[in-house]
Design a protein around this ligand. Structure first.
Ligand code: ADP
Ligand code: ZN
Ligand code: ZN
Length: 748
């Protein structure tokens, strides 16, 4: 098979699903020349093993002395359309990933490999729950992964889909297999035709006529976006619309204009907002809706992907990965809640759906609508500079006012006597009034668990995760200390391990603490808690929301899970138990996140004629994010925050690249960081500065030490040149893992 140098003929650059930057060159035997297409699947040998890749380049030049032949092109047509292929190359350049990784993110595995997967595996306990809990307690620390699986399954008699077990218990498949062998659980294969999201695209929905009158602002936005869709050229918009201003109606009309021109629309929503209700809302106007998301079974996803590729859907709804939906003629891309950090992928390729979507739309000549009540500062600045056309929906529909926001200063003594520890007098009073009038209440707290920490009041010992550099959170239901980073669970000791003091203190506040306090203060009132501890799967989530919608639950308490998108007309009070949890995160975006969160939460009330109000509890009432949120003053906040960012040299005034190093040996990790910094320094790229190697706020996770380097550049070109420097370096040695994150959204 090997060809003697110099090879001539036709060659393909093949993208393999490997974390390597390069394309791999193979020769196309003359007999196959007619089948070598860009974006087609190709079967080759890599390191002696047969593997399937995608053709990312077709050329008649080959710089190598020897190449292998392509074995086959299994399909008659290209799998990846040309526009996505060129997007993959842009991603590789911009984010420093490989073309193959980018392609892999675009095509579901079930399509790439033609694998089967109409079924999914469910894990179910084979013995009784009490025995499993006892076993979990008895397992040694190094088998904590198994213990977590056992505890999770002990709470779910009907079993849990294996994919959910992996995600929620933060384990790989191997502890499940071990437990199966030991007779603790069974793994049953079942048909998975019941994905509620897939169902929502099939079940009949009553068509819903559009509202008869648009508000003047809506009409203006619809006209502007509609004209752009008509023109069929790249035009990006920022739709700044307060909560309840009817942004979705603008999307729906734009989708209609797009369909009328024979083009397709993609609607990206934050992970948390992708619910059957969302899908139904779009289907009530247009029947040809498809969903794409990563939790679907491979078979469902592959089927949806092929249907979309064949042009059978007018609208594709999904989380960030749906930006790659293979619609034949993209006409419109909507990002709802464009400020949401879930649009950024946290593992390679670390793309942001907003920027990637803008690039795709520019190539396709499509319209982009970025919608939010609290746009990211990146988008806000782009709008101010004219890169995005700004559309404003300043008022809620039906002239409903935005809810008044009352700030409760928790430092004042009399407020502390509300109900116990965490609900102030004002909040309790307002809750009583709201409930007495037949209203519902949403209480928001961005921290799950019972207490934030377990500490010794005498010597200051704090219970920490043995693998990560963080204190653990105590969860009452399991009476366990849980590490929120790695999921490690352990019972707190009964006495202080350092000084033997017998009365450890449980301090701080979590959703479970507040739930108890509520039960005590509001006896007989139906309360539901919604956080990732109680929401074991999508069905549980739907169930609680259903009970709240029917009024069976009066008070809904939850984490950010409940901050977004929910529409319950009877909610007349929203309480924020503590605005401080998000303000105090060591991240330059802490204020932006807090403002946005407060605004979103406030958006859950006052959505009907019953009105609504918001109570925000805080120890930091002067913080601008809190103060300006009470006035719903996004623009004032954004201006103020932009000035700070400019002063301190942060995005959107600088581009960031975060290089994270991880390893078991802290010396090797730091050494690699230092070596990388030396190379960046030697390259002396103009307009580029760097910090580090430094210790990130979380210095250790799952037993791995972490260091990071933060590169700041004046322009994207500066970051690109630093990536070139990194690519030219010898890869990090064994034992040190290195990640490049361009435009990072988190710094922990
Ligand atoms: P946003 O996404 O801006 O928070 P929504 O799109 O959820 O707001 O709209 C809030 C509510 O107002 C929805 O129930 C929607 O059906 C309704 N609505 C939107 N536009 C109009 C309109 N022009 N007339 C009457 N009701 C409308
Ligand atoms: Zn102690
Ligand atoms: Zn941990």
């Amino acid at each position: 098979m090997d060809v003697v140098a110099p090879p001539t003929g036709l060659f393909v650059g093949v993208a393999l699903d490997l974390p390597m930057d390069t394309l791999f060159t193979y020769r196309v035997p003359p007999a196959l020349a007619g089948r070598a297409r860009l974006g087609a699947r190709v079967r080759v040998r890599f390191r002696g093993r047969p593997t399937v890749g995608l053709v990312a380049e077709v050329t008649d030049r080959c710089a190598l002395a020897r190449v292998l032949d392509v074995e086959a092109f299994p399909d008659d047509e290209a799998l990846l359309p040309a526009d996505l292929l060129s997007l993959a190359r842009w991603m590789a350049r911009y984010y420093g990933c490989s073309v193959g990784e980018a392609c892999a993110a675009m095509v579901p595995r079930g399509v790439r490999t033609r694998g089967r997967g109409a079924q999914r595996v469910r894990a179910r306990l084979a013995r009784d729950a009490a025995a499993a809990d006892a076993e979990a307690d008895a397992l040694p620390t190094e088998r904590n992964a198994q213990a977590r699986v056992l505890r999770l399954l002990a709470k779910a008699p009907e079993g849990v889909p294996a994919a959910d077990v992996l995600r929620r218990a933060k384990v790989s498949m191997s502890p499940l297999r071990t437990l199966e062998k030991a007779g603790w659980l069974t793994l049953v294969t079942e048909d998975a035709a019941d994905d509620p999201l897939v169902e929502a695209t099939r079940a009949p929905v009553a068509p819903e006529p559009p509202p008869q009158h648009l508000s003047p602002a809506q009409a203006q936005a619809v006209a502007a976006v509609g004209a752009a869709v008509e023109a069929g050229t790249f035009s990006p918009f920022l739709l700044l619309g307060v909560t309840g201003s009817g942004k979705t109606e603008v999307y729906l009309r734009a989708i209609e204009a797009c369909r009328a021109r024979g083009r397709q629309a993609i609607v990206l929503v934050p992970e948390i907002a992708l619910t059957p209700q969302t899908v139904r809302r779009f289907r009530a106007r247009n029947d040809r809706v498809a969903v794409l998301h990563s939790a679907m079974t491979e078979a469902d996803r592959a089927a949806a992907w092929r249907a979309i590729r064949a042009g059978e859907a007018d609208v594709v709804i999904g989380p960030r990965s749906a930006v790659f939906a293979p619609v034949p003629r993209l006409g419109l891309l909507v990002l709802d809640e464009e400020h949401e950090t879930s649009f950024k992928q946290q593992n390679s390729p670390r793309y942001h759906a907003r920027d990637t979507g803008l690039v795709r739309a520019r190539e396709a000549g499509a319209v982009v609508v970025l919608g939010s009540a609290t746009p990211s500062l990146e988008s806000w600045r782009n709008a101010k500079e004219g890169k995005l056309s700004l559309l404003r929906l300043p008022d809620r529909v039906a002239s409903r006012p935005l809810p008044p926001v009352r700030v409760v200063d928790l430092r004042r003594d009399h407020e502390r006597r509300g109900s116990g520890l965490h609900l102030s007098r004002t909040l309790v009073d307002r809750m009583k009034t709201a409930l007495a009038a037949g209203g519902q209440v949403i209480l928001f707290l961005n921290r799950r668990g019972y207490s934030t920490s377990v500490a010794c009041p005498r010597c200051g010992w704090v219970m920490r995760c043995p693998h990560c550099d963080v204190s653990v959170t105590y969860h009452k239901s399991g009476t366990l200390g849980v590490c929120h980073l790695c999921g490690h669970e352990r019972r707190p000791p009964s006495v202080c391990p350092d000084c033997a003091f017998p009365a450890l203190r449980y301090q701080g506040v979590g959703t479970q603490t507040v739930e108890q306090e509520l039960a005590h203060t509001f006896p007989g009132v139906a309360i539901a808690r919604m956080d990732s501890d109680t929401m074991t799967d999508r069905e549980a989530y739907e169930d609680v929301l259903g009970r709240f919608a029917r009024g069976e639950v009066k008070v809904l308490l939850g984490t950010q899970m409940i901050a977004k998108g929910l529409h319950f007309p009877d909610v007349t009070l929203v309480g924020v138990v503590s605005a401080d949890t998000s303000l105090q995160v060591p991240d330059f975006r802490a204020a932006e996140r807090t403002f946005s969160l407060l605004e979103q939460v406030a958006g859950r009330t006052g959505r009907s004629d019953a009105g609504g109000e918001v109570v925000v509890q805080t120890l930091l009432p002067e913080a601008p994010a809190v103060r300006l949120a009470t006035e719903h003053a996004y623009e004032a906040f954004a201006e103020r925050e932009l000035a700070e960012r400019e002063t301190f040299g942060y995005p959107p005034f600088r581009r960031l690249l975060r290089i994270l190093f991880r390893g078991k040996d802290p010396v090797a990790v730091t050494a690699r960081g230092t070596a990388v910094v030396e190379q960046i320094a030697a390259a002396a790229v103009p307009g580029v500065e760097w910090l580090g190697p430094a210790t990130p706020p979380v210095a250790r996770v799952q037993g791995f030490f972490r260091r990071h380097v933060l590169v700041k550049a004046q322009t994207p070109a500066g970051i690109r040149r630093v990536l070139d420097v990194l690519r030219a370096l010898e890869p990090a040695g064994k034992g040190v893992d290195e990640q490049w994150d361009v435009d990072p959204v988190g710094m922990l």
